[in-house]
Design a protein around this ligand. Structure first.
Ligand SMILES: C[S@@+](CC[C@H](N)C(=O)[O-])C[C@H]1O[C@@H](n2cnc3c(N)ncnc32)[C@H](O)[C@@H]1O
Length: 295
């Protein structure tokens, strides 16, 4: 049984703030780390304890202190080309199919929802470049969004440590796409200009408009309870059309009677949208994610 000390009550309050604002539930392991995660923030703001922080936030429930508190409790874990098998499927099957399907209009729209500090969106941009000049003359939009304004600031900056980059990125890509600046590596403008970033909460219909050919929403839905996952799921479906591909994290699923996505059996974690917003799933995607049409 958990003893309800003032400290535990403060952790409860902070966990509730996090869940109300982002939908993320703190796992038991992350609950234990709350104080450690927030310690630098307490120090910087001259606060002695989590109880003090909760007291201040009670009077000022928005603004930089609020953003920083939420940001430090969020899990921003990410890496370049995270889950290589997914990127292999994108490079060898999904992107070539989208290229063929959209050839007449030469338009491609990709959304990384919950993109953290940008590594996923930049990996997509690199994957497109790896395909050579086939995208020349196309209008390509890669949009990265995250609930955390601080993560989005870092994504826009595009500056990473050697350690961050080494997890997932081949040395050839490091040298091709980054410039060393002191102890950091700065993403080159060519790639930075290929991606747009903006703050967006998946639980609030706001910043993002239009539909997408490919949506990545990986390792975001995992800590949502069903009700919140359902809201996020309908948001993703709202931005889909017939044939949109959706990539989720391992073990993640959408929620909702009317989910229009069916899994692509050849490509784990990748789903294909059939008849968006209207409803019943079909088995169309099970043939291996081909024959897409545009609604
Ligand atoms: C574990 S990271 C995953 C990053 C990336 N998708 C990947 O798989 O490498 C989860 C990200 O989702 C963001 N996030 C959490 N709740 C969100 C919400 N309600 N709306 C948008 N982003 C959210 C977090 O801020 C965090 O940066």
């Amino acid at each position: 049984m958990t003893i309800q000390t003032p400290h535990n009550r403060s952790v409860d309050t902070l966990a509730r703030l996090l869940e109300t604002h982002t939908g993320q539930q703190l796992s038991e392991a992350r609950r234990w780390r709350v104080e450690t995660s927030l310690r630098p923030l307490l120090r910087n703001h001259g606060l002695r304890s989590l109880d003090d922080l909760v007291g201040v936030l009670g009077h000022a429930p928005a603004g930089p202190l609020f953003d920083q508190t939420i940001d430090l409790m969020l899990n921003h874990e990410s890496s370049f080309f995270r889950d290589l098998a997914v990127f292999q499927s994108l490079k060898t099957a999904i992107l070539p199919e989208l290229h063929e399907r959209n050839a007449s209009e030469r338009r491609l729209r990709i959304w990384c929802a919950g993109c953290s500090t940008g590594k996923e969106a930049y990996s997509i941009a690199m994957a497109l470049k790896h395909m050579g000049d086939v995208w020349d003359g196309w209008r390509i939009m890669i949009l990265g969004t995250d609930v955390s304004p601080l993560a989005i600031d870092e994504a826009k900056r595009g500056r990473y440590t050697q350690m961050e980059i080494q997890r997932g990125l081949a040395i050839s890509d490091l040298l091709r796409w980054f410039t060393p600046i002191g102890e950091y590596w700065q993403i080159k403008d060519e790639l930075r200009e290929a991606v747009n970033f903006q703050t967006d909460n998946l639980l609030e219909p706001r910043a993002v408009s239009g539909d997408f050919d490919l949506i990545l929403c990986r390792n975001v839905l995992f800590y949502f309870q069903d009700e919140k996952r359902q809201i996020a799921s309908s948001r993703l479906m709202h931005h889909s059309h017939d044939g949109t591909y959706l990539v989720l994290g391992a073990g993640e699923t959408l929620v909702g009677q009317d989910t229009c996505y069916t899994p692509c059996p050849k490509h784990g974690c990748i789903y294909r949208c059939n008849e968006p917003r209207r409803g019943s799933p079909t088995s169309d995607g099970s043939a291996g994610c081909g024959h897409a049409t545009r609604s």
